[in-house]
Design a protein. Structure first.
Lengths: 337, 337, 337, 337
């Protein structure tokens, strides 16, 4: 941590900062320049987390030197993590495809989709049983009955399954059925939910918040890992910007940024990122070439009839064709698919 | 709802849309232009909510004509709402000042602050007992003990009290003590929490999400009101933009926009919006002149010692001076303060 | 300037940075912490502007300590600037109202408007002769004929006049007629235009770029002042965000931020910021209460017939009423109007 | 164009709109719903461009049905455009690599770079002679002498050359030397410059504005094409968002969106988009897999010594390795490289 003093900060102000630092058992290192004095802090800076040095007299700015996340930080864990999800793994040598409907609507819709995505090459079945919807008047999900259908689909196809959880109650139900809990974008900073997902011990797919920075995202992962659950996979799903040609703006740079800052695997969801079916295939290829560990893609037997997010869902035929087109890209990126 | 067809949409595509609309018991109204055909829908459009007309063959775009929120919409409730909070009201003729520390730290800190803000003119005491923090290693709040201190402060000062709730568990505890529940920015689309706050019947202060549109915000209010709880006050607290000179960008336009679209009261929080103490006073005056129904302001006996958000907190003296400066602005805006 | 080294930076890397700094005649100040080494630079850091220390081996980050703008910086010019514009001044004790049509359309429209805004209390007449339009098929302005009409309006009413310039050619024409050149949002980083406006010696109204940070804005002002032209007034006109309820998001915080960082006057344009007539009056009041030195407001004899930006223009009656409502706010803010 | 009336709009208001439309020689088509009346306009809507129907009494909203750009619109030009640049072409079967230094510094730097990028496989040499810099105190470019060096590099290597132009004066000089003019992000809505670039007849590389929507970008291209110059190539270079881990946020979705809306080629600049050398290679691969027609990449003999944008520049070795890695991706995407 570095404290930059204002040009007019006097000795009293500087001495006050030095004393505050030393009172916490840390070392203050002064650097007096022509214009300003800079004070470096040596030692465990977490002791200063709540010291509010920003507003001490004479202080201009405080600059953090180290990140606040530790367990998700590549600096302290240089090797790529591998996360087991049911009978598959997400990680450096695999390409993981999670596919399925946005919302589980009924047994037929889910079973048909599970069989189709399995046949095309997916490893994990996705399906929403608890749906966070902007309007209270939209379809809200089948809840535990949906989870049971997912369990049945797993038994019939051998796919691993992932379901979003939106509350304490949903986690309690989901842990009985699923291989992976999904925390959605709107709940990325629902810290109570993160802690409970951490305590469950079940692998977690953590979607990036609608306007979350990468630092906030890794701090959210930290909440889960701090509860003893290392099995976290990140999912880039687009961020909110001024551009309206796509529903969100897919931040493809997040892939190399995460690879640089963290050891956690990262997958990309081009369906939610764009909201437009025609843009899913090109961005799916782009994500693999950029280094993503996998993809999450919405598939529906009849997108036009879907109860949620139909416009971005692929038909079975489109999904199968996409998987075929992805294979050479996966190979080129050194991944098994 | 209006469906705009693509220039090359043929009769089959147009007839398919018309049939879909009519099958729901609605009327389709065709308008064939030189370039494109447009289809208007007459009747209760909620029947088409999940029809996915966007991806039917030949469709270019679907344009919503009416908002998805009803109960929070001024169109169906032209008069301004008044919300009672303990022994005060938030609404058109009052200026409500909610003030207090970001986090409740101990009895002395809270009681001193309560007495000071009461003396300066505040109506409501704010104080965080359940703190959503970006890092799991930051101070997380005193929880139920904090609520008890708030209750004690109310008894000593006569101020009404508002506390943030971040989970089912926190709501269960808070309803025993507080006059108003606060839903924070990070939980604005935690729909389970919104429903529970709605069911509690306790007045709710609903902060705008970090990157929420005004439409999403009013839909979040709709979740609360749809449970039978009309006592919702909105709080603008800044939105996330590219600008870094302030912590968030205070969207002052939200005040007249909300006044135009909704009957709910709106207050402004310049402390969280800017994160900088020096900017609180000018923006507090600006908010009143723009038409806000009140303010939320952080006050701390020793901002430099605060466990959370010290840099934006006012001292007792600064807060008292601000209240004195605000009085003529409140009068000019036709509000009692 | 502070250079933060990576945790694993070795002696060679550190010595290389120190040598680079010392070769420029500056002093390097080392601070070796438990985790990282930090190097402070003492002396004139402009010598290191192009040294690219960010990518030297072992460097994690470079943190700037001082702003790159000097002439527009309050640190080196503590008193508020006053800018003369024709026979009026923009500055701390005055409230300046610039009003008029978005685009000059014909003599009758301009003269009527000039007389009306003068009568209501405006000090400066605005009117666009060179219009930057998103589409090449929209009305592009009357060019020099428009400037002549502005000159005529000045003679008839005594108002000072301001016109936007969009090119070298436009500046050459405008300096013959106007009291103030306006650089629009789209040209805020058209550095050639800024330099020419600086060289002209004519006062400049510098609108904030559509997505410009406050630092970039003050650097743009620096381009003008560096040519010897100190007469710069800033104009906040909304920034681009994800919110669509208003055309742009008025960043009201820019007023106190600019007052804190710079000595230049700042006015607010609620017409362009919101794009909606009904939101102009509340935000105009809010801007004055927040501390703005003035307002820019669009007025048109028949907004419905306007060739540009009609939806946000006030009628003469609306403008007169607004001016009457603004007077007590101006008085309260200690300004003459 | 569709006009949506307010729920309470009366017959007078509706008749006024119908009359306005019919007075322009267009046909108005009424659709009276239970809640609102909708009026469709049939005929050439450009006649209504300046009618300001938004603010006519009783109007709620006006919805545009067709885009304002025509010449850059794929609807009216279904085949992909091919743009010749010197002795190479940008378009559907080629992968174009534009590489070189951000700023031309001297003969040696430029010639070495030209030879190195040619050897590695680049088709076009980039180099800045007129530099738009945020601060007036940063290096501003060699101007015409830089253009002469570029011309010399072309003669020695056979590479085509592209240079940014920032003013009328720069265009006058550049057309004597270059194969392609570059309009930078800050000038994307400098409409005078766009018109002059259009009139020059020289191919234009049009970078996306810092916060430009795709619609605004295609309208900017329209300004160039409307002057009779069809040779426009678009360049995605990142947009401004709240995320700070990269300098800008590379909007990879822009590639399929542009391919869908326009016939113009599009290339991607991962160097400026991220500002970080380590992120260039993964995003370059991703861009090709997503369907980009080419890349623009910064290369410098000694990035650490660069006068501009060193942190994002590749060394010769890094660039050669990247080109080798890109080849199989180009082949997979069906492009010659």
């Amino acid at each position: 941590m570095i404290i930059i003093m204002k040009p007019n900060a006097d000795e009293t102000a500087i001495n006050h900062i030095v004393a505050t630092i030393e009172n916490k058992g840390l070392i203050a290192h002064l650097s007096k320049g022509a214009e300003v004095t800079i004070i470096g802090v040596i030692g465990d800076k977490t002791k200063l987390l709540d010291a509010n040095l920003e507003i001490a007299p004479g202080v201009d700015r405080v600059v953090a030197v180290t990140e606040s996340y530790k367990l998700s930080n590549r600096k302290f864990h240089p090797d790529n993590s591998i996360v087991s999800v049911g009978n598959t793994v997400v990680g450096p040598n695999n390409l993981t495809i999670m596919a399925g409907p946005c919302a589980i609507e009924n047994e037929e819709q889910l079973m048909q989709t599970a069989i189709a995505v399995k046949k095309a090459g997916a490893n994990v079945l996705r399906g929403g049983a608890y749906k966070p919807r902007t309007s209270p008047y939209s379809f809200q999900g089948l809840e535990e009955y949906g989870l049971k259908l997912m369990d049945q689909a797993r038994k019939e196809t051998g796919l691993s399954i992932v379901c979003e959880v939106t509350s304490h109650r949903a986690i309690e139900a989901a842990v009985k059925y699923v291989d992976m809990l999904q925390i959605g974008a709107r709940n990325m900073q629902n810290f109570e939910l993160l802690k409970e997902a951490g305590k469950s011990g079940v692998p977690v797919l953590l979607k990036r918040g609608i306007a979350a920075t990468i630092d906030e995202w890794l701090n959210a992962a930290e909440y889960i890992i701090a509860e003893g659950n290392n099995n976290v996979v990140l999912c880039e799903r687009g961020i909110r910007t001024y551009e309206t040609a796509t529903r969100n703006t897919l931040d493809m740079s997040a892939v190399p940024v995460i690879k640089s800052k963290s050891h956690l695997p990262i997958i990309v969801d081009p369906s939610h990122a764009t909201g437009v079916r025609d843009y899913v295939a090109p961005l799916a290829k782009g994500a693999i070439a950029t280094g993503a560990d996998g993809l999450m893609i919405e598939v529906h037997p009849c997108p036009e009839c879907a109860l949620s997010d139909g416009p971005q869902s692929l038909t079975f035929e489109q999904f199968e064709q996409l998987c075929n087109e992805l294979k050479p890209y996966a190979n080129l990126a050194g991944r098994i698919f």
